[in-house]
Design a binder for this molecule. Structure first.
Ligand SMILES: Cc1cc2nc3c(=O)[nH]c(=O)nc-3n(C[C@H](O)[C@H](O)[C@H](O)COP(=O)(O)OP(=O)(O)OC[C@H]3O[C@@H](n4cnc5c(N)ncnc54)[C@H](O)[C@@H]3O)c2cc1C
Length: 477
């Protein structure tokens, strides 16, 4: 039998936020053999290779400027689905869209989902993603039963909590540095209805939001806060908290019918007329003509109307992936693109640190157009970003003016100091700004040494690299 071959071709590859990117030699394997062939070929060329899923990381996490890139999106087969036990085995390029559409009619739902269904399961495992239920059920990796990993040294390892447990706990959250996931087995979550019960709760300031997260975290299934980061003074950090709970069997008379994947989608038109694909130019206009504070104010006011009709029933798809129904909304930040700064802060320091960050943005005149608050809990993975505390995802539009762009990077690095000094962490999937010194400060010397040992064992030539891993000095021992 002939050896599998794989070709690379030149393309420009960017982060989802469009603010960073560069040229790369890209290959799209469709089989595990082609993954192995690509790794071997790049090692033979003494080159570097980044693994890429759906490319939804905001910054440079799945970019390898001037190097090679392995795009796994064509490895998208669902291999096995045990609809009785709720176990599913997939190739890494399968997306959350593919996953929930396949399992919901059998009464299952992914246990942890990100804010867009475009993310691949390989990418979700590599960053050990979190959902709006992180405080309750933990991170994505906590629901992975096992995976098969193609290491750069040629080894193929089946990893679980029992087998190669060290690699299991390091490759989940190991941002593609230890090998390429070839398949993943995930335990799903039982759902009895196609809808969730949702409450909207307006919050007068940040302290109010944080208190609500503490009060509700023992009883709610999902909690997420939206924040108007333009509000100042006594209203600083005001916003709207969404709580969603799963329904018990029989609670929603229409619940079973709505387990039909076709009925989970929200309409493609606003008010039945305006195609949602037309919304981003309007958003672009608002964001480029100084309308962002007004949009945030209007959204805050709309929260009161939503609160009046709470609780209401909403499909899983609409609750989790609302932004997906406004196609290309992030194009509103063109041409400079966007970055996200998502600090994770321990609970006792939460109010002080997050208040300071919001105030600092306002003083600098660079206020995020979007702020999203979540409650988290620690997880058992080596390169964890989780804390027993809060994260505030802050989205900044990036200017094309080099001086303003540099000023934004400086502001974020300054804010990172405040977070790190308080024992906080960062989520690299959203990062574009952290300096190399942050890596050891986030994880501690022992975890970093363990990770580098595993990297040397599984990838002795340091083939697997990304712009992010070089920026953070991940492989520099
Ligand atoms: C609109 C939006 C909302 C989001 N919301 C959330 C959220 O709520 N919670 C959250 O946690 N994240 C969220 N994210 C971030 C996203 O979940 C992560 O960036 C995720 O890693 C993206 O996966 P991907 O398939 O796009 O992979 P990519 O971005 O292409 O790659 C991500 C990482 O995975 C590695 N990788 C990819 N495939 C493999 C593989 N087969 N084997 C080994 N490594 C691999 C890459 O090397 C890279 O380090 C959001 C992103 C967007 C765009």
């Amino acid at each position: 039998m002939s050896e599998p071959r794989i070709g690379f071709r030149s393309e420009r590859v960017g982060g989802w936020g469009m603010a960073v990117g560069g040229p790369a030699q890209v290959a799209r394997p469709t089989t595990p053999q082609e993954v192995a062939a690509a790794l071997a070929l790049v090692a033979q060329r003494h080159g570097s290779l980044a693994i890429r899923g759906a490319g939804c990381s905001y910054g440079d996490a799945s970019i390898n400027s001037a190097g090679h890139l392995l795009d796994t999106s064509a490895m998208d087969r669902i291999l096995r689905f045990d609809r009785v036990r709720g176990l599913i085995t997939v190739e890494p390029g399968v997306t959350f869209r593919d996953l929930w559409r396949r399992v919901i009619a059998s009464g299952w739902w992914p246990p942890v989902v990100p804010g867009t269904m475009a993310v691949s399961l390989g990418g979700a495992a590599a960053f050990n993603i979190h959902g709006k239920n992180n405080f309750a059920v933990g991170s994505f990796g906590e629901h992975v039963e096992s995976f098969v990993l193609q290491a750069a040294n040629g080894d193929i390892l089946r990893c679980s909590r029992q087998e190669h447990a060290d690699v299991f706990h390091a490759a989940i959250g190991g941002f593609g540095m230890l090998g390429c996931f070839l398949e993943l087995t995930l335990r799903l979550k039982r759902v009895y209805a196609g809808r969730l019960r949702v409450w909207s709760i307006p919050t007068r300031d940040l302290a109010h939001s944080l208190q609500l997260l503490e009060d509700l975290k023992g009883e709610a299934d999902y909690l997420v806060g939206w924040h108007d980061l333009h509000a100042t003074g006594a209203a600083l950090g005001r916003g709207q908290l969404h709580r969603a709970d799963q329904l018990e069997p029989g609670e929603d008379p229409d619940g079973e019918r709505l387990l039909d994947p076709q009925l989970q989608d929200v309409p493609a038109r606003l008010f039945g007329v305006v195609p949602k694909g037309w919304l981003w130019p309007g958003m672009w206009l608002a964001s480029h003509c100084g309308g962002t504070p007004l949009v945030n104010w209007a959204r805050f006011q709309a929260g009161f109307r939503e609160a009046k009709r709470s609780p209401y029933l909403q499909t899983h798809g609409a609750f989790h992936f609302l932004l997906d129904y406004v196609p290309r909304w992030h194009w509103m930040t063109k041409p400079g693109g966007l970055i996200q700064f998502q600090p994770f802060v321990p609970q006792p320091e939460g109010e002080r640190v997050l208040t300071r960050l919001i105030e600092r943005c306002q003083q600098a005149g660079m206020v995020p157009y979007l702020g999203v608050l979540k409650r988290h809990r620690p997880d058992p993975f080596l390169m964890t970003h989780a804390v027993d505390g809060y994260s505030l995802a802050m989205d900044f539009a990036v200017s094309t003016n080099p001086a303003r762009r540099a000023a934004l990077w400086k502001l974020c690095q300054e804010m990172a100091e405040v977070v790190l000094a308080a024992g906080g962490r960062f989520y690299y999937a959203k990062d574009a700004v952290l300096p190399a010194s942050s890596f050891a400060r986030i994880h501690g010397a022992v975890a970093v040494a363990t990770f580098r040992d595993l990297k040397r064992r599984l990838d002795p030539q340091h083939v697997l690299q990304t712009d992010l891993s070089r920026r953070l000095g991940v492989c520099d021992a």
